[in-house]
Design a protein. Structure first.
Length: 144
């Protein structure tokens, strides 16, 4: 039979502070307490039972974490997949691209007006944006 220890001794065995140990006992209903202390009577714990309880709790937490990761992996968007739940339709993609293009091509005029740029500079920036947009759109849509 293992020698029973009080709270301070158990905290030392576990390498935690006394407030941390008290919090653990309070938070975990199944925490193995041999006898609860009260008014001058010390709490008593079996260190082996406590270590086994904490190891089991840690194993349960690890299993729950693994299950969460597995669930997330199942919900992840596979690369190259075209039929995934919540996938964007071709029409939605076309509408989004059209809106991005509209906003992007307005930028040179807005920036030119804010900063007093000459018309040829604004047009040069617009031309560069159109080239970059066409290239990016082609890459996104798989065109050559």
């Amino acid at each position: 039979m293992t020698t029973l220890v009080n709270q301070r001794e158990l905290a030392q065995v576990l390498g935690v502070s006394l407030p941390t140990l008290r919090d653990m006992v309070r938070r975990h209903a199944g925490f193995p307490v041999e006898s609860r202390g009260d008014r001058g009577v010390e709490w008593k714990f079996d260190p082996d039972r406590v270590k086994a309880f904490l190891a089991a709790m840690k194993a349960e937490e690890a299993a729950a974490e693994a299950a969460r990761h597995e669930k997330l992996a199942q919900m992840a968007l596979p690369l190259g997949s075209t039929a995934t739940p919540g996938a964007v339709s071709a029409q939605q993609l076309a509408q989004a691209l059209a809106e991005v293009e509209r906003q992007l091509l307005e930028l040179p005029a807005v920036i030119g007006a804010r900063h007093g740029l000459e018309a040829h500079a604004v047009e040069d920036v617009r031309r560069l944006l159109v080239e970059a947009w066409k290239s990016g759109r082609a890459a996104l849509l798989g065109a050559s």
